[in-house]
Structures are given as C-alpha cells and as structure tokens.
Design a protein around this ligand. Structure first.
Ligand code: AMP
Length: 602
C-alpha cells in the first residue's frame, strides 16, 4: 500500500505522483510511521520500548534516537541465525554492507524483499523527471558504467553485499520493465561480471561500439566515472584493435561477459576504430566525452557531498556538459530525488520522498567558523528532533530514519541544509557526512581512524630519534585515482637535517597507515584500485606555524586554534606544499578480506 505503482512510460502520471506525495507530506509521513509501527509492534526491539503500542507520541517519547552501535547487536544476532522478527516482522532477506564502518568493518543494514520494490519506485521516478528537462532520451541509449562488488555469506547463510550489488543482481533490475528511456549500452552480463577489470573493459567496448546511439553517460559516483576515463586512457589502443578485428581480447575470460560483448562486437569495423583512435590520440583529453560520444546531452553522476572535488576534472573531460546528480540514497534507505536535475552542482537539492521512510531531523549548529566550517551535533538525547514538515529553511540537520526494514530512529550521519520546499516537502542540500575528513571514492575516513592509523605508524619512527609533532591531511584528486596525502612535521634529535630520513622506514610508515585504515579504504585501495598509494610529505620545521598564522589571518581565534586534521583550502595546502622537503609513497597494497561476521562463541 505504501509503494504506489509508477509506470516510467507514463510521464504525466509519474509527475502527478510526485506532486501528490509532496503535497501531502505530513499525512504520508504519519501513514508511514503508523504502518511501520503496526507491522513491527511485536518485534523484540520495538516491544521493549512500546509494549505493543503504536502511538506516535509514545514512539517519540520512548524509542531512543540511536547510532549503529545500539542496533549492531540485533543485526549480528540475525547474521548468526536468529529470526528476523527481533527487529522486523518481514523477513530480512539480506544484509547490505555500507561504506560507513564500525570498528573498521562495514556497517550491516537489514533489507527485505519489499524494499527492492521501494527502490524500484524511486528509480522509476527519475525517468520522467529527467524527461521534463531533456528531450528525446527515448531515441538513444545510456552508457552507464555500473559494477558489482564482492559479497559474503553470514554464518546463518544470509548474503551480505553492497546495496547496488544487491540491486543489480535482483530480478527488479534484470527484468526491469522495458522502456525506451532506460536502454543501456552495457549488457547486464558485463555489469554483473565479478571481475571488475573485465567488466570495465567490456562495458567501455560496448559503449564505444554504440557511440552514435549514446545520449547520456554516467556512473553512480563521480569517482567511478573518472576511473573509467582513466581506464580508457590506458586501454584505448587495445579497445580499438578489438573493434578493428571484431575480436574481443583473449584475457576476457568470463564467459557470459565475453559472449555479451561479442554479441555487440559482431563484426570488424576498421572505420570506427580509426575514428576513435584519432580522437584518443589528440592530447590533451579535453572534452573527450563529447568527442567520443558526440550526441551526449549530460553526465549522470553524483557530484554532491565529497564528490564535489571531482567537478573540475569532470568538466574538463566532458567539455562542459551538464553534470546531473539525480538521487540521494544509502544502504539504510533510499531517501529522495533531485527535481531540478540541470541545476548547477552547487545548487543541487534533493526532495525527500515522504513514502520512503519516516524522517526526523536533529537540529545542528555550526560549531566553528573555520575554513572547513564543519558542523557537528552534540547528539545527546537533549538535541531537538523535528519532523520532516517542521524543518526550517536555512537550518542544518542530521538525518534520522525509521525504515520499513528494521531501523528505528537511526542516525544516518549525514548533515543536510534546508534550501526550500516543493509543495509541502522540504528540499535539502547535502552538506557533509558527520566526522568524515577524507574521502576519495566510497571510503569515509574520520579523524579518529586517521589518528589511530598515524599512531601505529609513528611507532616505526622511534628508533630514528624522530618525533612527529604535527600532522594534517588532504585528499589529492589532481590525478586519477586520487590518494591520501599526509603532511608530517618532525622534531629531530640533534641535527635537524631531514634529508637523511630513512626511505624504507618512511615508506613503511605509509603502508602502516594504510593497513590501519578501515576495510572500505583497503578494499578501494587493493581490490577496486580506486585509491592510489598513500603519500607522506615531510615538511620543514615551522611549516605548521605558518599554517596557523594563515588560519588566524582568516579569522580563527588564536586561543582556540587547533591544527585542522584535514585541510580543504587550496591556500592552506599551498602553504604546507611550499615547505615540503621529502615525499614518500606506500609501496605495499594493504590486505583486504571480505568482511566476516563472526559466529558467536556460545
Ligand atoms: P552507503 O551506505 O555506503 O550506500 O553510502 C550512503 C552515503 O553516501 C549517504 O549516507 C551519503 O553520505 C552518501 N551519499 C549518497 N547519495 C549522495 C548524494 N546524492 N550526495 C552526496 N552524498 C551522497
């Protein structure tokens, strides 16, 4: 009942649905909460607080606003074979591994069969919204580079995998209703290929062959799209040679991926190979997207939040095509869509669809006005929690969700700002994720993780008589893949000569930091190769004083000055950069193993 049927071919009907939902925000939210509470009143979790009641006010009074740590024991019990109904009356069919981590491992989010339909509903709405702004998308294809990631089985036999892997493997995706608006150049078999290199190669091959039909290109996040461009830079000669000979490279050994690519590459085409080669040979690769896929109207990738760092590079490669962030979603729940997809990335807002979950908001204040102007919330029980219809324009909030899948008043960790309303539904700008200081791909490293990793690495310096006195970091995305950079300042015993720093030890420091970062970082770095080797830049004595002088000149208070553990401003980075004396890179790829849910000992 809560998932209206939405036919993506019926543009008008779908737009009417959006209008209905956003006009009746408050009523739909109340229905959603009622439905969730009624269904789940007898779960162990809710019963503990509500004793079977389903009253909204009681829910607000009795059910606590929680973090992952509080729900983790329940999810682990389910992973270990206890029945789903400890948190959800509907069976939990799988666990979704989030890119948010707890104790270094991905957080696991419950999911149900019904929830795939809810995701489908949101995906279907994206099509008519886009059609309102861009004409003729039914006359061609989308080159979407989509990938699946490794999955594991929990001790009870439940599958745990990332949310998009779950979606692409579902029948909802594979048997998606045919509409002329969602025809992709990548055959499903190439998307579902578990070898990411073969998958990427075949998807690009299919995209190049069908270049004249491509009207839009994209990936989920900006980082993945840029990785594809980099891959193309490294492989265009081989791809062209395949097109010329009509033969897929022998190293593509995944049978179904190979066969699917072979069906697209059904004949030798030296003319096409020639054309592509001519474009790829031209340096620089400015506007390569427009040159290789000349009918492309926009680039469909998320460029809000931490992905904003990739906008300049995307603009360069795309030749100024619109960058479109269509939706805002997570493993916990799909939240909302962008109703004005052609707006500039800096203006993008998402409307939360009131039937996706029950949404609440913790009001947060700006805690300092420094360069990063980070906004944190105290998050204790006294914080003010408001409903979706009670948020105020211009204010900042942390999102809290109660889902259909067994999360109750769960803090997502995202900070959003209200930019306005569509009918009665508020629209939000994604501001940042709570606590995250570094992110290249889907990794989310916070200050604490960084400190822990650096503390481990520091131990290696003791024998050298070197003391690490200051550090900071930034995500260097000037080349693809991007990498973490740490600036380190030392106090050396005796002579202050940094030129004889031991190379091996410093490289070992780089790899130790990497080895201590969480499993999402290590997966990106080792399996996906979407993050490059971590770099330590050693700066001269006094470099951090210069940074402090700069921050103070920008308005930081001298008394309260703390070294930022991540610098975002180019001037700040420039100040340290001028004082760099040595650079070291990690030479080891950190170990990564798929997350294992431990069986309990009892
Ligand atoms: P995951 O749980 O790994 O699927 O990651 C979900 C998180 O990715 C969200 O909570 C956000 O922090 C981030 N995210 C998802 N969609 C967007 C978006 N459109 N803009 C900015 N950040 C996003």
């Amino acid at each position: 009942m809560m998932i209206p049927s939405c036919d993506p071919n019926d543009g008008e009907g779908s737009m009417r649905l959006i209008e209905d939902l956003t006009t009746n925000t408050s009523r739909v939210q109340q229905q959603v909460l009622k439905e969730i509470l009624t269904r789940n009143a007898d779960t162990e979790y809710l019963h503990g607080f509500l004793e079977g009641h389903t009253d909204r006010d009681l829910f607000k009074r009795q059910v606590p606003v929680i973090d992952y740590e509080q729900v983790k024991p329940y999810i682990e019990r389910i992973a270990n074979g206890e029945p789903s109904h400890i948190i959800s009356s509907q069976p939990i069919t799988e666990l979704l591994t989030s890119s948010g981590t707890s104790g270094g491992q991905p957080k696991l989010m419950p999911s149900t069969a019904e929830d795939l339909d809810r995701k489908n509903f949101l995906y279907n709405l994206l099509i008519p919204v886009m059609n309102k702004y861009v004409d003729g998308l039914d006359r061609g294809k989308g080159m979407y580079l989509l990938f699946v990631k490794p999955e594991i089985s929990t001790p009870s036999g439940l599958t745990a995998r990332p949310v998009l892997t779950s979606y692409y493997k579902s029948s909802n995706f594979r048997n998606r209703p045919f509409t002329k608006f969602n025809v992709y150049t990548s055959p499903d078999e190439t998307i579902l290929c578990s070898d990411s290199k073969q998958s990427m190669y075949c998807q690009l091959l299919c995209g190049l062959i069908q270049r004249d039909e491509v009207l839009r290109v994209g990936a989920v996040f900006a980082s993945a799209f840029l990785r594809a461009i980099k891959f193309l830079e490294d492989h265009w000669e081989e791809l062209c040679s395949n097109i010329r000979t009509g033969h897929v490279s022998d190293w593509i050994t995944d049978t179904s991926c190979r066969n699917a690519a072979g069906r697209i590459l059904d004949r030798p085409n030296s003319e096409l190979a020639e054309l592509i080669e001519t474009e790829c040979r031209k340096e620089p690769w400015e506007a390569i997207i427009r040159r290789l896929w000349p009918k492309t109207k926009y680039v469909d990738v998320i460029v809000t939040g931490s992905m904003a760092q990739y906008i300049p590079l995307l603009e360069f490669y795309s030749g100024g095509l619109p960058l479109v962030s269509t939706m805002y979603a997570s493993s916990e729940c799909y939240f909302g869509i962008n109703l004005r997809p052609l707006d500039l990335p800096s203006d993008v807002s998402y409307v939360l669809l009131p039937n996706m979950a029950y949404f609440e908001f913790i009001k947060v204040e700006r805690t300092d006005e420094d360069e990063a102007s980070r906004i944190e919330c105290n998050g204790n029980g006294e914080s003010k929690v408001v409903d979706l219809t009670n948020v105020e324009v211009g204010c900042y909030y942390e999102l809290v969700v109660t889902t259909f899948t067994g999360l109750y008043r769960y803090r997502v960790g995202d900070i959003l700002m209200v930019t306005g309303f569509h009918n009665t539904a508020p629209q939000f700008r994604f501001v940042h994720r709570r606590n995250v200081v570094l992110s290249i791909d889907t990794d989310k490293t916070n200050e604490e993780d960084l400190l822990k990793a650096i503390t481990q690495a520091k131990l290696l310096l003791q024998p050298l008589g070197c003391l690490l006195t200051e550090y900071t970091s930034y995500a260097d995305t000037s080349s693809i893949p991007g990498h973490y950079v740490l600036f380190w300042e030392f106090k050396t015993k005796g002579s202050s000569d940094l030129s004889n720093l031991d190379q091996t030890v410093m490289e070992e420091c780089c790899s130790t930091v990497e080895a201590c970062l969480d499993s999402v970082y290590r997966r990106c770095r080792s399996k996906d190769r979407s993050i490059g080797p971590l770099e330590i830049r050693v700066v001269q004595c006094g470099a951090f004083d210069a940074l402090m002088d700069f921050c103070v000149s920008q308005g930081s208070s001298v008394n309260q000055y703390k070294t930022p553990r991540c610098i975002k401003s180019t001037e700040g980075i420039g100040i340290l950069e001028e004082k760099v004396v040595r650079r070291f890179f990690s030479r080891k790829v950190p170990l990564w193993e798929p997350y294992r849910v431990e069986s309990r000992a009892d």
